[in-house]
Design a protein around this ligand. Structure first.
Ligand code: ADP
Length: 499
């Protein structure tokens, strides 16, 4: 079937542009070659803004994954022995290519994921920054010489790449979640098999094409997609895969963690959040408004660090909710390619159904709709920017990750109460607080059981900061100098007869 015949002009233009730079790939990448699924199966990729099919991509399973692992394993012996400077310069080339193509990649993200184009290009820049940062850090994997307890012995600590990495990534940041993993992995000499989300594989494949163009050798970076459980099982069962890094739902993360036990792999998990955003009476209203809106609305609320519960102290409550409601009401919802759009569609029908059911459940328990509260009249997977007040922390909407443009508001009286509510969850990824009281700022930051705390801002995460959660939000950190350790093993060499 010639898909182009059924595409809108907009999609056709984006696809044609990507094709001309070789960035419209629909096959998996194994050992440096673009490969169809062995049984020829394909899976369709949709544009969530209008439901049209953008492409059919290879639908792979365990056989392809095993071959990708073998390629990565073979490539490891060569890649890990290159000098750090050599690996670094190839990563720099990759970074430069990502930036050179930021507009096309942004368009591709908007096409298959739905976020507004400006946000999508922002993701490319953000994602590329991990490749640049780890191109620099590649040269700083230092070991140690330890004072020996015996005069004729010497103790050396070597840091070495862990080996083949399996990386499973989600659809909400189709580019950045890959570069955040591939950057540090490749920098320290690991090779990688990436399984992107089947909902957004095209960005992953374009990024992989640019890796090839940058001179990352065949087999160092492989991409397989299709049957997620089969691919996951093949990665877990392989003794050659020494590290599994995953971003996605807590439920799948737990399964992967259990599965990794059999071969005792190193595991990093970046799982779901339930972020509280606390606005105290003594906050600067403008700062709190801007920060809390940004913390909620990015990517239509579809990020694991998005505010899931807005806690507002009673003294500022009316003024703050009034201003917040006005801002939410003025948001422009629409196709991410349209000028001035703040909020795109949700990823699929299942996502809208989840949001709807959480909102209905809250209302049935006594919560009140302040703004929105239903599907948007644009239809498909568009949902109205929504605020719900009178929410209790026991309600499902305050316990599950909403992943949509809904702000549940909880009113509180005291600082102790706010901390208690904020920490009353199994999650611990991001939290936000707004206050101008310096003692409170420290007290609350220290008391919050979260891996990331945004104080008087919505946390501008970057490649230089460690990203990750506590409790059931995950294990390990991505980005920053700490992010490299996730891909390194420590070897201690003890030399005798040195006296
Ligand atoms: P989300 O709700 O964000 O889609 P998921 O955890 O379902 O979160 O998906 C994140 C990634 O995990 C995707 O690439 C998806 O295909 C993959 N995935 C889902 N189920 C499994 C599984 N059983 N084994 C391995 N990967 C899986």
């Amino acid at each position: 079937m010639n898909l182009l015949e059924f595409m809108s002009m907009e999609t056709e233009n984006v696809v044609a542009r990507l094709k001309s730079s070789g960035l419209f790939q629909t096959k998996g990448l194994i050992g440096g070659k673009w490969i169809d699924a062995y049984d020829g199966k394909t899976v369709e990729v949709y544009n969530p803004a209008n439901g049209e099919v953008i492409a059919s991509v290879a639908c792979m399973g365990d056989r392809e994954t095993k071959d990708a692992i073998s390629s990565a394993y073979d490539a490891f012996s060569h890649w890990s022995k290159l000098t750090a400077a050599d690996r670094s310069s190839r990563l720099y080339k990759w970074y430069n290519l990502l930036i050179e193509h930021e507009e096309e990649l942004g368009q591709l993200i908007t096409l298959e994921q739905g976020k507004p184009l400006k946000e999508a290009i922002g993701e490319v820049v953000y994602g590329a920054s991990y490749i640049e940062y780890f191109a620099e850090e590649a040269k700083r994997v230092y070991g140690d010489i330890l004072p020996s307890p015996m005069p004729d012995r010497r103790l050396f600590v070597l840091k070495q790449p862990v080996g083949v990495v399996g990386a499973i990534t989600p659809w909400n940041f189709p580019l950045a979640m890959i570069t955040r993993k591939a950057g540090p992995a490749l920098a320290c000499g690991c090779t990688i098999v990436i399984k992107p989300s089947e909902l957004t594989p095209l960005t992953a494949l374009a990024v992989a094409e640019l890796a090839l163009q940058a001179g990352i050798p065949p087999g160092v970076l492989n991409v397989v997609m299709g049957d997620a459980p089969k691919i996951g099982k093949a990665l877990l069962e392989s003794p050659q895969v020494r590290k599994l890094t995953f971003t996605g739902s807590t439920a799948v993360g737990k399964k992967l963690m259990a599965g990794a036990a059999e071969t005792v792999k190193k595991v990093s998990l970046e799982l779901g959040g339930n972020a509280p955003c606390i606005v105290f009476d003594d906050a600067d209203l403008e700062v709190a408004l801007e920060g809390s809106l940004a913390a909620k609305l990015r990517n239509s609320g579809q990020t694991c660090i998005c505010t899931n519960r807005l806690l507002v102290q009673e003294g500022i409550y009316d003024r703050f909710i009034n201003a917040y409601s006005n801002a939410v009401q003025s948001l422009k919802v629409g196709n991410g390619f349209s000028e001035g759009v703040d909020q795109g569609p949700l990823i699929n029908e299942a996502a809208v159904e989840k949001v709807e059911s959480l909102v209905h459940d809250a209302i049935s328990q006594g919560a009140k709709v302040v703004v929105g509260g239903k599907r948007h009249n644009l239809g498909l997977t568009f949902y109205e920017p929504t605020i719900i007040s009178d929410v209790k922390n026991e309600m499902l909407i305050a316990r599950r990750e909403i992943f949509g443009p809904v702000t549940p508001v909880i009113r509180f009286k005291t600082e102790e109460e706010a901390i208690q509510i904020a920490n009353d969850t199994d999650s611990g990824l991001a939290a936000y607080l707004f206050t101008n009281n310096i003692q409170r700022l420290w007290r609350v930051s220290e008391a919050l059981e979260y891996g990331l705390v945004g104080v008087n801002n919505h946390v501008s995460f970057s490649q230089v900061a460690p990203f990750g959660g506590v409790k059931q939000s995950g294990l390990g950190r991505e980005g920053s100098k700490y992010g490299l350790d996730e891909y390194l093993e420590i070897k201690c060499i003890c030399m005798g007869n040195m006296g």
